[in-house]
Write a protein that binds this ligand. Structure first.
Ligand SMILES: Cc1cc2nc3c(=O)[nH]c(=O)nc-3n(C[C@H](O)[C@H](O)[C@H](O)COP(=O)(O)OP(=O)(O)OC[C@H]3O[C@@H](n4cnc5c(N)ncnc54)[C@H](O)[C@@H]3O)c2cc1C
Length: 385
């Protein structure tokens, strides 16, 4: 693949970075301390960023998008991760338009896509449950057919955007006798099919809502079932490929932010009468951070390049996700070391980079699961069912 950015991509990267530095970076720390953003705040940020291609850029032009290729999308997500990883998470998950376009019945498309095009539709995807995390095929939430409705019962947990979502892409059991082939995806619209949400506090990505959702006899129209009812689990697995590559892109952005902060501090902070950047061990740390971040970026580009070519990137996206999220923790940790005690203070952003990076190693499959996906591919033996 060609790792060089096109002139257009370089220009977009510069323009987005300038905008984010001016409009977003100055408000991040104060916002992050307040905790999860509200729906109104999320919609406001989405509308601000849509002109650059965020949120619906990947949709075709007739739906308000610009048919953005995946590598360009990757550049956008890395830049947003560099500025504010929580917002990158919110926008990545909110953008449910492509799924509706791909799998939604005509009625749902007519109803929901105009709202997505206006930046007014916040989505989320609900898979994880209290008893089903890494083993997603063991979910217990059920959808039972009753007349022209599905009746949904169950609890989903750690759902990104859960408390601010207008629509939930819900993974649920529609036929337990069929095992994973009895798992389906149903779109739940909060307005007409209410459910309750409770916010969960976490170490990092503090402005990115993560919630527990309770569905008690929640009634959803039959036509909200997405795609083939027996392929919900498989479709979810395919969807993980681009989601994992996106988390790798955001983590690369966090690592880049940590490098930029460390270089600035090393140039400014003086000890023993010299800038600490003149000490060889500080330079070594910075060079190691750069090597790790370049490797993250290249693995991530490779995964997105395969998607652009219409190929699967099962293990490549898992490798990118495992490596990028774990290395971002290393890089952010070194940035703290270079800042000395100030690195632990929330007067500087590096402690946020560290907390945010650490949080990324869990969602969309923890590091161990990503490694098992790669191991299965290269060794040819499944370590788990
Ligand atoms: C910030 C954040 C956002 C999230 N967003 C969403 C969302 O939008 N939607 C959603 O559905 N879920 C979401 N999740 C949940 C996430 O997908 C799960 O937390 C994740 O899949 C791991 O499940 P678990 O937490 O139950 O851990 P468990 O599955 O209980 O795993 C615990 C530990 O055991 C390890 N482990 C498990 N099985 C194996 C094995 N076979 N071999 C080796 N090690 C193993 C894991 O790697 C982990 O270290 C989110 C989580 C976080 C932190």
């Amino acid at each position: 693949m060609d790792f060089e950015l096109t002139e257009e991509q370089k220009m977009l990267k510069t323009n987005v970075r300038d905008f984010l530095e001016k409009e977003i970076v100055p408000i991040v720390d104060e916002h992050d301390r307040r905790g999860p953003m509200t729906r109104e705040e999320a919609v406001g940020f989405i509308k601000q960023l849509m002109p650059f291609g965020y949120y619906i850029g990947q949709l075709p032009e007739e739906y308000g998008g610009s048919s953005l290729d995946n590598k360009t999308y990757c550049i956008l997500m890395e830049e947003l991760g560099r500025a504010w990883a929580s917002l990158a998470g919110v926008i990545m998950i909110a953008a449910i338009g492509p799924d509706i376009l791909q799998m939604g019945p005509e009625e749902l498309k007519k109803k929901l896509l105009p709202r997505a095009m206006a930046g007014e539709l916040i989505g989320c995807g609900a898979i994880t449950e209290p008893n089903a995390g890494s083993d997603a095929a063991s979910i217990e939430t059920t959808a039972v057919a009753e007349g022209n409705k599905w009746v949904i019962n169950g609890t989903k947990t750690w759902i990104s955007n859960g408390s601010i979502a207008d629509v939930v892409m819900l993974l649920c059991v529609t036929d337990r006798s069929k095992g994973p082939l009895g798992i389906s995806r149903i779109l739940v619209e909060k307005e007409s099919s209410p459910f309750s949400a409770r916010e969960l506090h976490k170490l990092g990505l503090r402005a990115f809502p993560t919630s527990e959702l309770s569905f008690i006899d929640c009634r959803v129209p039959k036509e909200n079932l997405l795609g083939d009812p027996s392929l919900g689990y498989k479709q979810m697995m395919v969807g993980f490929e681009s989601a994992r590559a996106t988390l790798a892109a955001i983590s690369t952005g966090i690592a880049q932010a940590a490098i930029d902060a460390a270089i600035k501090y090393a140039q400014e902070r003086k000890q023993f009468g010299r800038p600490i950047g003149s000490f060889q061990m500080i330079q070594e740390m910075i060079v190691d951070m750069i090597a790790e971040t370049e490797a993250m970026r290249l693995l991530t580009y490779r995964a997105f390049d395969l998607i652009d070519k219409g190929e699967r990137c099962r293990w490549q996206s898992s490798l990118a996700k495992a490596y990028a999220t774990e290395m971002a923790v290393n890089v952010a940790s070194k940035a703290i070391q270079i800042h000395g005690a100030m690195g632990l203070s929330d007067d500087y952003p590096v402690e946020r980079y560290f907390r945010d990076a650490r949080t990324m190693t869990i969602p969309d499959g923890a590091t161990q699961i990503q490694k098992l996906v790669v191991g299965r591919e290269v060794i040819g033996i499944r370590a788990f069912v």
